[in-house]
Design a protein around this ligand. Structure first.
Ligand code: AP5
Ligand code: MG
Length: 240
């Protein structure tokens, strides 16, 4: 498919329960619109843990228990990622009270998967870069729980597979690199339930924050296949 130029920059956030399909939808959006890129806060944290950085060592116990990492930790990580992608100027600091002017070029279009997750994180992000679409993904909890047991990931890239629905071409191997797939440390049922409780606690104020700004869009479906066409349609209406 030819790459379509966007009429304006898309700055999108995906919000939803653990396992709802944020990573899956981000991958599909990037396949459909190759000029988009995505940042997953969970993948950034898991990389930091794997590389045993000071931040990773601090984050690990929070993640293993299904809790959120402290806001200031995730904010530091995201700020440095946004700068390294040149989506915000290198001089931007967390103390800034007004948005640094992000690149307005439609090519500076991105998806944030898993950040912000709390309303204080959203307030901080408002001061760094204005978001223009917040997608709230909704799928019944009993359906999500069934998927998590079948999830396998390629840890270095964050690519997600599912033995029931999105099998790798070769069992146990990443399609792109051929490297081994692994389970995530936080995918046991008890930890997943703890993550779900955290999501239920924090998501309401987060979504209200964006509802007030008029950028919230909700989409429901029992599967990612039901959700993707609706998401693509909405994306095209707004940005193409
Ligand atoms: P994070 O990595 O963001 O985890 P999460 O929000 O719990 O979400 P998941 O990645 O588990 O699920 P997903 O929605 O991406 O679903 P997926 O596409 O994989 O965060 C991990 C931890 O990091 C947090 O607990 C916290 O500690 C910390 N953290 C991260 N961000 C933070 C922040 N901002 N502040 C503080 N702490 C933070 O899909 C799930 C499965 O379903 C896959 O196997 C997939 O293949 C499958 N699937 C998808 N669609 C279908 C379908 N149609 N049918 C069947 N299976 C399907
Ligand atoms: Mg994910």
């Amino acid at each position: 498919m030819a790459t379509k130029e966007f009429k304006r920059a898309a700055r999108i956030i995906l919000v939803g329960a653990p396992g709802v399909g944020k990573g899956t939808q981000a991958e599909r959006l990037m396949k459909r619109f190759p000029q988009l890129s995505a940042v997953s806060s969970g993948d950034l944290l898991r990389n930091a843990v794997r590389n045993k950085t000071p931040l990773g060592q601090e984050a690990e116990s929070h993640m293993r228990s299904g809790a959120l990492v402290p806001d200031d930790m995730i904010l530091r990580l995201i700020l440095s990622e946004l700068k390294s992608k040149s989506w915000i100027p290198p001089s931007t600091s967390l103390a800034d009270a007004a948005p640094a002017l992000p690149s307005s070029s439609p090519s500076a279009s991105f998806i944030l998967d898993g950040f912000p997750r709390t309303s204080p994180q959203a307030t901080k992000l408002d001061a760094l870069i204005p978001i223009n679409l917040v997608v709230s993904l909704i799928t019944p909890v009993n359906i999500i729980l069934g998927r998590i047991a079948d999830r396998w990931v390629h840890a270095p890239s964050g690519r997600v597979y599912n033995t029931g629905f999105n099998k790798p071409k070769v069992e146990g191997r990443d399609d792109v690199t051929g490297e081994a797939l692994t389970k995530r440390d936080d995918d046991g049922e008890d930890t997943w339930r703890a993550r779900l409780r955290k999501f239920q606690e924090t998501s309401e104020p987060l979504l209200e924050h964006y509802e007030r700004q008029g950028v919230l869009w909700r989409v429901e479906g029992n599967s990612s296949d039901e959700i993707s066409p609706k998401l693509f349609g909405e994306f095209e209406r707004r940005f193409c």
